[in-house]
Write a protein that binds this ligand. Structure first.
Ligand code: TRP
Length: 459
């Protein structure tokens, strides 16, 4: 069986390649763009603490389950679920985990690509010196001008989709495994440089307090739900991306330790992004922490515009944001493409074109959310972009994660799981297994139920 599985897909050549690829998937716009702005919208410290707790209690346990299931099935999430459902003798409705993941991936990529397009646009803006000497207000105006031009947004969105499709068509192992190994360390170094600037010129102390002091009164139910949804988003969980990557993982690699490394790196990047951004936000009276999706694109350029060699460092920084987004975006379509090739109905290239086109068209909705359709509302409260984000991060990913936790925790035989996980002490294993069976499903189930309630306007 396992030989036959290995013939279809290659495996990563080492545990580290898997770590780098999964980290490449995890570290992306979620860490550098989304995390700081949703932290700002939710008032800071309390939100961060809840987010960290969610990574530990829900993110890591579910990630272990997802990797395990993937390595066990050794194919695309859809076919992996077919195999697992057969082996465990559960109703076929569980196939839904794989299918829903493919749909979620397409929706996420559709808006992800538009935002990544902003980052590419900023590479060129930075290089042209457009931000030299700007203050918060001028920076906000430059960003506003970008958003109000649909044709510019569509252009960069198309470029990013094209970049994604090329890599996916070529195959993940060939291009990405190696690229990511160079990019991720570089990103870390640049974040350290940004933090250095923030310490020197920004209000670092205020930012630190803002991010790490717990004010229970700032916490809202909505904030807690959003923190939990984001824990899934940032670790790429709940839609099969990690399951697909796990399928290419070497048999002997220890799952538990590997997952801890990935989650640790991902969290580190998010916190560093916050510590690079907020000092500048607090030092400028024109930028509000709660200014939403534009936070990264308005506040950091102020820093770059006023530091020595800022145009250069800024160009480099947005280049890295683009690359981080790139190594994530491919994991969003990989499940779909792997599935298509396994069915024999199409090549990777055909899959890339088909799914790419879907994402591109859907992405237009996000493009127009910032201009033509700015005031259009779905369910009375979301614009198109917000709805796509909400539907995936607060509903589909939690539902996917919930189902995976239930499946791995309750339907797969414990002995089988024990043999795979090799968490080296019994205590750790028992702890993980218990959390997976009881705590994670409860918490994720709550997020999912709450998401539904919001769509229907009950809360
Ligand atoms: N984790 C990525 C980020 O933080 C986004 C991402 C990539 C993702 N693949 C995913 C999110 C799969 C959910 C599911 O930017």
């Amino acid at each position: 069986m396992s030989d036959q599985r290995h013939r279809f897909h290659e495996t990563w050549n080492s545990r580290w390649t898997f770590i780098m690829a999964a980290t490449g998937s995890a570290v992306g716009l979620g860490n550098i763009w989304k995390f700081p702005y949703i932290t700002g919208e939710n008032g800071g410290g309390a939100f961060v603490i809840i987010y960290l707790a969610c990574i530990a209690l829900v993110g890591i346990p579910v990630m272990i389950a997802e990797v395990l299931m993937g390595r066990w099935g050794r194919s695309s999430p859809i076919h992996t679920m077919y195999k697992l459902v057969d082996e465990c003798g559960v109703p076929r409705i569980w196939h839904g985990i794989g299918w829903m993941g493919v749909v979620a991936g397409v929706i996420i990529l559709s808006y992800y690509s538009v935002i990544a397009g902003w980052a590419i646009a900023y590479v060129f803006k930075m290089a042209s010196g457009a931000f030299v000497g700007v203050d918060g207000q001028a920076s906000g105006e430059i960003f506003g001008a970008l958003l109000s031009s649909p044709s510019t947004l569509v252009f960069w969105h198309s470029i990013f989709m094209l970049m994604t499709l090329i890599v996916v068509a070529l195959g993940v192992t060939r291009g990405l495994g190696r690229t990511v190994q160079i990019l991720m360390p570089l990103l870390l170094v640049l974040l350290v440089v940004m933090m250095g600037f923030a310490i020197r010129y920004g209000d670092f102390q205020a930012a630190w307090n803002y991010l790490f002091s717990f004010h229970a009164e700032d916490l809202t139910v909505m904030g807690v739900m959003e923190a939990m949804g984001h824990a899934f988003f940032t670790l790429s969980l709940g839609m099969g991306a990690i399951m697909a990557y796990g399928a290419y993982m070497p048999d002997r690699a220890p799952v538990g330790r590997t997952v801890l490394t990935i989650a640790g790196l991902d969290t580190l990047v998010a916190l560093m992004a916050g510590l690079a951004l907020f000092p500048i936000v607090f030092a400028s009276s024109a930028i509000e922490p709660s200014s939403g999706p534009g936070l990264l694109f308005v506040s950091l350029p102020v820093a770059f515009g006023n530091m020595p060699a800022g145009a250069l460092v800024g160009t480099l920084f947005f280049l890295l944001v683009t690359l981080a987004a790139w190594s994530s975006s491919i994991s969003l379509v990989e499940p779909a493409i792997a599935w298509l090739t396994e069915t024999g109905r199409g090549t990777r290239l055909q899959g890339a074109i088909l799914f790419g086109l879907m994402c591109w068209i859907l992405g237009l909705g996000t493009v127009f959310s910032f201009n033509h359709w700015e005031s259009a509302r779905l369910f009375g409260r979301f614009n198109f972009f917000e709805f796509a984000d909400f539907l995936t991060a607060s509903i589909m990913l939690p539902l996917g994660g919930l189902l995976m936790a239930i499946f791995a925790g309750r339907y797969i035989k414990r002995s089988r799981i024990e043999a795979e996980v090799s968490l080296n002490t019994g205590v750790l294993f028992n702890l993980w297994y218990w959390v997976l069976r009881w705590v994670s499903p409860l918490l994720v189930g709550l997020v999912f139920a709450f998401g539904l309630a919001r769509v229907f306007g009950w809360v």
